[in-house]
Design a protein around this ligand. Structure first.
Ligand code: AMP
Length: 221
């Protein structure tokens, strides 16, 4: 299965994609995670991307497209993948189409995780992430607080607020989604591959909804 997972930042794509990976063993490719890893390691791509990510802007298409196409060529992704956070622009969607077509493939489904703006603002502004790169557990100051304030329950490291979860960056990320990424959802909509799934409710409820959709599309555990 070749799947694209779309939705506002904070819609829960990362959390749900991890659960779908565990259930269906499908390879989860998160462009946000890939970029953050390159920034942490100080690679040339990370250095170029850092200022965009820090203020909530999109990283230029050329950087993202090269990074994703290279990743999709790795052996584990050849049989299928769940792309989380890509494509976010029309140019990225077209580059993905070209790359898949060159290998004789197409997308099987595009899942849009649907959550209102107010909900994602609350989720993102309260999100705290474990600063240990090997852990990266997520918390929320109100809904998923750690047992000891500011410390990760799993590894004891300090919890941090991502720069792009600060108010001005959140505003920019939402604007970008509505301005550019919604166009991508419309583009896929014309091909009849889009399924809209409500991302409101508990993590388990949303997971069950997604599982049903993927099973209907032919995914098996
Ligand atoms: P995410 O964790 O998916 O919200 O991504 C975090 C940040 O990484 C975004 O705000 C962008 O700065 C950058 N990023 C991730 N995916 C893309 C993409 N497909 N195109 C451009 N920038 C991206």
């Amino acid at each position: 299965m070749r799947l694209v997972f779309m939705g506002l930042p904070g819609a829960g794509k990362g959390t749900q994609a991890k659960l779908l990976h565990e259930h269906f063993r499908i390879v989860h490719i998160s462009t946000g995670d890939m970029i953050r890893e390159r920034i942490r390691s100080g690679t040339p791509t990370g250095l170029k991307a850092e200022p965009y990510v820090a203020c909530g802007d999109l990283v230029p298409d050329a950087i993202m497209v090269d990074m994703v196409i290279e990743r999709l060529g790795e052996p584990d992704a050849r049989a299928g993948f769940l792309l989380d956070g890509f494509p976010r622009t029309q140019a990225q969607a077209e580059a993905l189409d070209r790359s898949l077509a060159a290998a004789g493939h197409t997308l099987d489904a595009v899942i849009v995780l649907d959550v209102p703006d107010d909900t994602v603002v609350d989720r993102l502004s309260g999100r705290r992430t474990c600063g240990n790169p090997n852990c990266q557990a997520n918390y929320h100051v109100r809904t998923i607080p750690p047992k000891i304030e500011g410390k990760c329950d799993r590894c004891g490291s300090t919890l941090l607020q991502r720069d792009d979860d600060k108010p001005e960056a959140i505003r920019r990320r939402l604007q970008q989604y509505h301005r550019q990424t919604e166009e991508v959802a419309k583009y896929y909509g014309t091909r009849g591959v889009v399924s809209k799934v409500s991302g409101v409710g508990s993590v388990e409820m949303v997971h069950q909804r997604l599982r049903e959709v993927l099973v209907n599309k032919g995914c098996s555990a």
